[in-house]
Design a protein around this ligand. Structure first.
Ligand code: LLP
Length: 425
């Protein structure tokens, strides 16, 4: 559920009309709804209320690292799942307490480990034996002890897009299930590590609980056998991945309540503190990308609606063939079939082909729905298009939470080498 509704024929975000934001900030612009995010946190929490121990819900910062988003979620009590020094610092800056931060990712560097240790994070989710060796060296060098889990690759097919599937043995993520015992034994004998957990994350935008249940089942079996081998497993991090509805024509993905019920059933008797790393579920439906139609161009079959947002602003359609609902902010009342494209010089700069949608005319505002996760955060400046601004709404208030990047900032970021600088000076 979200807070994006038509009122008197105009799409509102909570109590703010989108044309008001477009007029003041320009387009394209991301717009986020505070109430939607808060609602999703509440729904996810309620879904896990039956667990014997209160879980740590660590928002996957990669989904949306805007400071205002992180601060909203930190206030709502969430921790953070981070994958870089940048995400770690952004989370702390936004008010997430370090003891609620888990650090994931296959490529943590010694510098990143040092930073995370100094801040006293909750846990490192290690993804390989060499990473355990590096962390051991870093921690002993600092005279500290790092709390660690191994991320286990359960070799389960998540049934999602290949580019966002992470739990098959051929993926780069985690330690192979069969090597888990060897990895835990290695880590137990390394100084500076306190091995105390298991982690798993099999992919994103999962629309079926089956693969998650299969993965968690394997983790339960592993926890048992690790304990029998003398490892004290106190924490189980079950990752993120629950899908959200993008296409109203498709079945709705499992609701958090069904996920929570499955988790409670599978983890009964584990006697571990559970950690969750939801990203998309919390923020996807809380954001839209608002864009204006530049022109409508005739095509061989359908017209091309050329909008002022492009693949550099929202990469999901070109990267994953992702489907985003496209709605008119002030619908004319009729519909047509069109291709929606951006101005970038790539055929892949296409948001939708043969789309049955609200009829769109030049200057109309359109909203790309469900763009709050993996939207602005994945943006780039290809074609020298400055980064898109972000706005947050709360009730009838709204605020620019990231200003539009001025083109001067892009230009100023480059330096000429001395031989060219002198020639042009
Ligand atoms: N935990 C780990 C270790 C992850 O790698 C991810 C996402 C999450 C949690 C959060 O997953 P979520 O709950 O958001 O599904 N850019 C892609 C999605 C990439 C997801 C990467 N990892 C997209 O736009 O679909």
């Amino acid at each position: 559920m979200d807070h994006f509704d038509l009122r008197d024929g105009v799409m509102h975000v909570e109590d703010v009309a989108l044309p008001e934001i477009a007029a003041a900030v320009g387009t394209p612009v991301y717009v986020y709804s505070t109430a939607t995010m808060e609602r999703h946190v509440r729904v996810f929490r309620e879904a896990l209320a039956a667990l014997p121990q209160p879980p740590l819900v660590a928002f996957a910062v990669k989904a949306n690292p805007n400071a205002a988003v992180l601060a909203t979620l930190a206030r709502a009590g969430l921790g953070a799942d981070v994958v870089s020094a940048g995400e770690l610092l952004r989370a702390i800056h936004a008010g997430v307490s370090p003891d609620r931060i888990v650090f994931s990712g296959v490529g943590k560097t010694a510098d990143e480990m040092t930073l995370a240790l100094r801040h006293g994070i909750f846990q490192f989710n290690l993804e390989s034996e060499p990473e355990a060796e590096m962390l051991s060296e870093v921690a002993t060098g600092l005279g500290m002890v790092a709390p660690v889990a191994f991320r286990i690759n359960p070799d389960v097919d998540a049934g999602t897009h290949a580019k966002i599937s992470t739990g098959k043995s051929e993926n780069k993520f985690g330690v192979a299930y069969d090597r888990a015992h060897a990895a835990y034994t290695l880590a137990r004998n390394l100084p500076g590590l306190k091995v105390r957990g298991v982690a798993v994350h099999i992919g994103s935008q999962l629309t079926d609980l089956g693969p998650l249940e299969a993965a968690f089942g394997k983790i339960g079996t592993l926890i048992d056998s690790l304990r029998r081998a003398g490892h004290a497993i106190e924490v189980a991090d079950l990752g993120g991945g629950l899908g959200v509805p993008y296409d109203p024509a498709l079945p709705v993905p499992p609701l958090p309540a069904a996920y929570g019920e499955m988790v409670a059933r599978i983890t009964a008797g584990w006697n571990t503190r559970l950690v969750f790393e939801p990203g998309r579920l919390i923020v996807a439906n809380a954001g839209v990308l608002l864009t204006r139609v530049i022109r409508v161009k005739q095509g061989v079959n359908e017209p091309f609606v050329v909008v002022d947002a492009a693949m550099n602003d929202l990469m999901r359609p070109s990267l994953y063939d992702a489907w985003h609902d496209i709605r008119a902010v002030q619908p004319h009342g009729d519909r047509f079939v069109a291709n929606v494209v951006g101005p970038v010089c790539e055929s892949g700069d296409t948001f939708a082909m043969h789309r049955h949608m609200d009829r769109a005319a030049p200057d109309d505002l359109l909203a790309f729905m469900t763009a709050g996760a993996y939207g602005a955060t994945m943006a780039g400046t290809y074609n020298s298009r400055p980064l898109t601004p972000e706005v947050m709404v709360s009730g009838n208030k709204w605020s620019v939470v990231r200003a539009r990047q001025p083109i001067e900032a892009l230009i100023a970021a480059d330096n000429l080498p001395p031989w060219l600088a002198t020639e042009t000076a």
